[in-house]
Design a protein around this ligand. Sequence first.
Ligand SMILES: Cc1ncc(COP(=O)(O)O)c(C=O)c1O
Length: 417
Amino acid sequence: MKKEYALKMDDNDQLSYLKKEFLYGDGNDSKKIYFCGNSLGLQHYSLKNKINKHLEQWKDLAVENHFSGDYPWMDIQDKIKEKLKLFLGCSENEIAIMNSLTVNLHLMMVSFYKPSKTRNKILIEENAFSSDRYVVNSQLKYHGLDESSLITVSPEKDHLIDEDKIISKINSNKETLSLVLIPGIQYYSGQVINISKISKVCRDNDIILGLDLAHMVGNVDIDLNSHDVDFATWCSYKYLNSGPGGVSGIYVNSKHIKDDIIRFEGWWGNKLSSRFEMLKKYDPEYSAEGWVLSNPPVILLDMHLASLEVFINAGLNNVFKKSKLLSDFLYKGLSSINNYNKFFDIITPKESKSRGSQISLFFKKSSEEFFSKISKKFVVDYRKPNVVRVAPVPLYNSFYEVYLFVSEIDRIIKSYD
Ligand SMILES: Cc1ncc(COP(=O)(O)O)c(C=O)c1O
């Protein structure tokens, strides 16, 4: 792997100016190189002022700042949706910013999982993220059902999901299947799932399709309009850099935004025009905002907005284009290390369009020891049983950092000789 190539790529990188805008590790003597934006994105320097501004507004105007002042809190939700629709490929009225991912999955299941005696099964991946599985299992219990109503799809020997297997399970269970919940990008392997393919068979059989976009939003381009799924939710603290525990959102396909939809209701989903009239009857916004329950946390909303602005100013296409180049460089570098596969397999798909920024290394031996060696210089994450996930993020990682990572892995492997 050529250091000169990495340096040349950095020289030609029109987004390289952004690195210094993201704060990380300056107060830390043993500063490492950060490749963990798939778990928690870094802090943009503008956020501190944003937060301070809200503290000032709260101090100066208190409750009046909801609607007045030079930056009324009520406007933030719309400003976010205006930007986020570009990340999701849908319209503003299909998005609401609220809660966190797991809470939103539950709220979506309330509206979209309608089990009957004959049609009550849910299909998920066998290795779904723990919280998604807990949501599904507890929803089954809530409806008086149990795990016998779960249909799961296991990954293949290469750790990847075979979409054709999902499709054949849907087809063979179409009489009893009520809902399919899949990720946009699988958190463990980093595989992009072919959503349109699965959506088509769900549509043909009148089965609800929901998406967990935790690892997809802000990582690769998404076009929800073309996929025709029923609902989706995500988190904003990974690739979207909106802060630990940052606010999530929902997408509800506009075909479901109608009067007879059942959902849990709260005053903040009521039309703004009558929200404060304290009416007895719920009169919802005619949009995904009908699912919003509570007065939202404005500081979290504004941190989210500021983070989205960084992407928009840089140009979403530029960000995603650099991401592909970085992860290609990482993939090629790792796979060119002598004897790497004595220690690990790269389980993320080789084909660039089938992955985002994350590359997952599946260790065959010495996984914890290897991870602790890597962790002396790099922040990556370890997912049990034995996967190390590495995510070079286009907004704040460089090609040179990827070069250093690959060189370090090479050095560690040689040290075992
Ligand atoms: C794929 C996936 N689903 C669900 C969650 C849970 O997210 P939250 O804690 O924001 O509800 C995560 C968190 O990392 C995740 O990666």
